[in-house]
Design a protein around this ligand. Structure first.
Ligand SMILES: [Zn+2]
Length: 311
């Protein structure tokens, strides 16, 4: 059979690559189950310092028992290899762009746009479902959560939300994003999720285990084998508040990721070099802090925090 244009046999694992531009390839690893079933595309490392997903995909490819699942897995362990090796925060070093903001791509654009274009044209068409693995970058602390799309067709929304409910992370959060790897996928009709595990550009075995368990639960939900298990404890973030820095400054967060905040709780302050108060933020509703920025220095437009009401 043929997966992503690569001939592969039932019961076979194959390491191949996706050509982006002369001399630049993305690793693509295919695992073909013994029986027919859906194709799940899993991408990691769009942001090079979000290590949990990258490590999970590496381990998963080696460990997976082909006898035990059906369908096809298409694993992309590093969507932004130079970002990973250079330790670049959020960007593709070659062009300075955030790959998760450039979809749809451009065949004749810069490297980020070419990567986006190749993913849209070469991977989306094969995907019955897509999972994009992220985590807290070197400037972010977050609570494990999964973003599911609400800016998509009704059918795609329903499939993706049901899938999110099977993952062993404490929160699922509605997302209206459109220009990232997973969010453009949903615009193209591919049910997809974005999973966030890990913080601060670090990783550990426990986080990798949670990420792997999430992948297995998703495969179970998709009918690729394994347990089908709804996470009854998971809460849904129904109203989100996302704050970007209005100007550059010194950022003093006053809450932690996962913290419960009551309406009026002070969330943080932005000050100038000369200590002038540039902005201060308080919670507008009772909610949970999903993530916040830990770095002292922030640029205009950098994310400061996100929190939301959950039910
Ligand atoms: Zn990310």
């Amino acid at each position: 059979m043929d997966v992503c244009g690569i001939p592969v046999l039932r019961g076979e694992k194959k390491k191949t690559s996706l050509h982006i531009q002369p001399g630049f390839f993305l690793p693509v690893w295919i695992v073909c189950g013994k029986a027919e079933g859906p194709t799940l595309v899993v991408t990691a490392g769009v942001h090079g310092c979000e290590f949990v997903g990258i490590q999970t995909v590496r381990q998963f490819y080696e460990k997976i028992d082909i006898e035990s699942f059906c369908g096809q897995l298409v694993l992309v362990p590093m969507v932004n290899p130079s970002g990973f090796y250079h330790g670049a925060k959020q960007i593709v070093p070659e062009d300075g762009k955030n790959l998760n903001r450039v979809f749809p791509g451009d065949e004749n654009g810069s490297l980020s746009q070419q990567i986006a274009y190749a993913i849209e044209k070469k991977l989306y068409p094969w995907a019955d479902f897509l999972l994009d693995l992220h985590g807290g970058d070197i400037n972010e602390e977050l609570v494990p959560l999964v973003f599911f799309p609400v800016a998509a067709s009704q059918k795609v929304q329903e499939i993706a939300k049901a899938a999110a409910m099977h993952l062993p992370v404490p929160y699922r959060v509605r997302s209206t994003a459109r220009n990232g790897l997973y969010s453009h996928g949903v615009q193209c009709g591919v049910p997809a999720l974005l999973l966030e595990i890990g913080s601060g550009g670090r990783w550990n075995a426990e986080e990798v285990s949670l990420c792997e368990k999430s992948l297995l639960r998703l495969m179970g939900y998709l009918g690729m084998g394994g347990a089908i298990c709804i996470n009854e404890k998971q809460k849904e973030g129904v109203e989100g508040f996302y704050q970007d820095a209005p100007e550059k400054g010194f950022w003093y967060p006053l809450v932690k990721a996962g913290q419960t905040v009551a309406k009026g709780t002070k969330l943080g302050e932005l000050r100038s070099l000369d200590h002038c108060l540039l902005a201060e933020y308080s919670a507008e509703v009772d909610g949970i802090v999903w993530y916040y920025t830990t770095t002292l220095g922030v640029r205009k437009g950098d994310s400061l925090f996100a929190y939301g009401r959950c039910e």
